[in-house]
Design a protein around this ligand. Structure first.
Ligand code: SAM
Ligand code: SF4
Ligand code: SF4
Length: 374
């Protein structure tokens, strides 16, 4: 992992921020990057560990008993995360999503949620505070998460068939426990829930229709199923284009089941194309990260478990905010760095990949999904 520390002096030179903190340009306020995109969404990875070994994310052969996960002292503390989140919010972030690794493995996560739930936008509004989980621990933890102030959860689930699901999580975890987690989350008020299904051709494509049937029949509008194209994120999953099932083909299969109508995007930066069942029984989403790049309105920043800031899921290096935090930087200095980095952002990996012939696609070493969060 590259340890890119951008010295404050360099940033000042690049952004013409005066050297004396008292004279800083207003370090807060909305920031727009070089492609006109505002900063709205911060994804915070709270652990690089996971109890699953999904082959598309943490293949067992790489993430085995010898793999060195981050030691506790390297993780950002809850205080550090909250301090940074507050500064991001001052720069326009309205949505915080906790992720990982498996975020529910981070001990006392409810405490962090309470701290984040207390933050307010400059207009005094509460933030949209959510979490993405494999739901293995959700049935046990849903009530505490809700009580701490979490608003919603997104659950990842790739199959309803128990054998297929156990194979995909590669730790023999039963699907029934994930379904129980979804039930409990809905009961305690963590809905409506989004369920993310990564579709791999030849692996779980036969599960598309059963998943749709299950969630339409049991939950109507309370659960929105979203189909994610298998992405070439990281460098360990052995990604191949022929294993991607394009969203257009998923849509064809769904239309054959029951008619769907396209919906308008509800907000800028939304990654899913939304479709509504014509019979009124809810919606589905298609996340076409490979076949239809959505970089042009990507408004997300990502904070890794150890405090590296990334501006793209496919970035090959981050910016080390932890060194600044632990080196005694003031809020003003941190805020200036966060703003300056976003203003300099030019990332659009998926667009470039789509435009390049396969052999010329960007090939730099990239961070792993379990480290940066989805
Ligand atoms: N462990 C949690 C979970 O699985 O929900 C949160 C972290 S996980 C990295 C976040 C999301 O990334 C999940 O929905 C997962 O399916 C998705 N993901 C991981 N690797 C992927 C890949 N190669 N392509 C597409 N989605 C991927
Ligand atoms: Fe774990 Fe989530 Fe990655 Fe699966 S997708 S290995 S559950 S972090
Ligand atoms: Fe955003 Fe990077 Fe994905 Fe484009 S490739 S949508 S910039 S995360």
């Amino acid at each position: 992992m590259a340890d890119t520390v951008i010295p404050l002096t360099d940033l000042r030179a690049r952004t013409r921020v005066p050297a004396i903190p008292g004279e800083l340009q207003a370090p807060t306020g909305e920031v727009i990057d070089r492609r006109g995109r505002a900063l709205r969404d911060l994804r915070i990875s709270v652990t690089d560990r996971c109890n699953f070994r999904c082959s598309y994310c943490m293949p067992k052969e790489v993430f085995d008993s010898h793999y060195k996960f981050l030691p506790q002292a390297e993780l950002l503390s809850f205080e550090e995360i909250t301090r940074l989140a507050r500064l991001f919010v001052a720069h326009g972030v309205q949505k915080l999503r906790l992720t990982g690794g498996e975020p529910l493995l981070r001990r006392h996560l409810e405490t962090l949620i309470e701290m984040l739930a207390a933050l307010r936008t400059p207009q005094g509004e509460a933030l949209d505070l959510t979490l993405t989980t494999n739901a293995s621990l959700l049935a046990r933890k849903a009530q505490a998460l809700k009580d701490a102030g979490l608003q919603r959860v997104t659950v990842s689930l790739d199959a309803l068939d128990d054998a297929v699901f156990r194979r995909m999580n590669d730790v023999d975890f039963p699907v029934a426990d994930v379904l129980a987690g979804i039930e409990t989350a809905l009961k305690v008020g963590l809905g409506p829930i989004k369920v993310n299904m990564v579709v791999k051709r030849g692996v779980n494509e036969q599960e598309i229709v059963p998943m749709v049937r299950h969630f339409r029949e049991h939950y109507g509008g309370q659960v929105t199923l979203r189909f994610i194209e298998y992405m070439d994120v990281g460098a360990t999953n052995g990604w191949r284009m022929d294993e991607v099932l394009p969203s257009a083909q998923v849509l064809q299969r769904l239309q054959a089941l029951s008619p769907l109508d396209a919906l308008e995007h509800s907000q800028t930066g939304e990654t899913a194309e939304r479709w509504a069942w014509r019979d009124g029984r809810g919606q589905i989403g298609l996340i076409s990260s490979v076949t239809r790049a959505f970089c042009s309105d990507c408004n997300r920043a990502r904070l890794s478990t150890e405090g590296q800031l990334y501006h793209c899921l496919f970035a090959h290096s981050g910016h080390d905010l932890r060194s600044l935090l632990r080196g005694g930087a003031s809020d003003e200095q941190l805020s200036t760095v966060i703003g300056a980095l976003w203003r300099g952002r030019d990332d659009r990996y998926s667009e470039l990949r789509a435009a390049a012939p396969p052999d010329d696609a960007p090939q730099q070493r990239r961070v792993e999904m379990h480290y940066i969060g989805g």
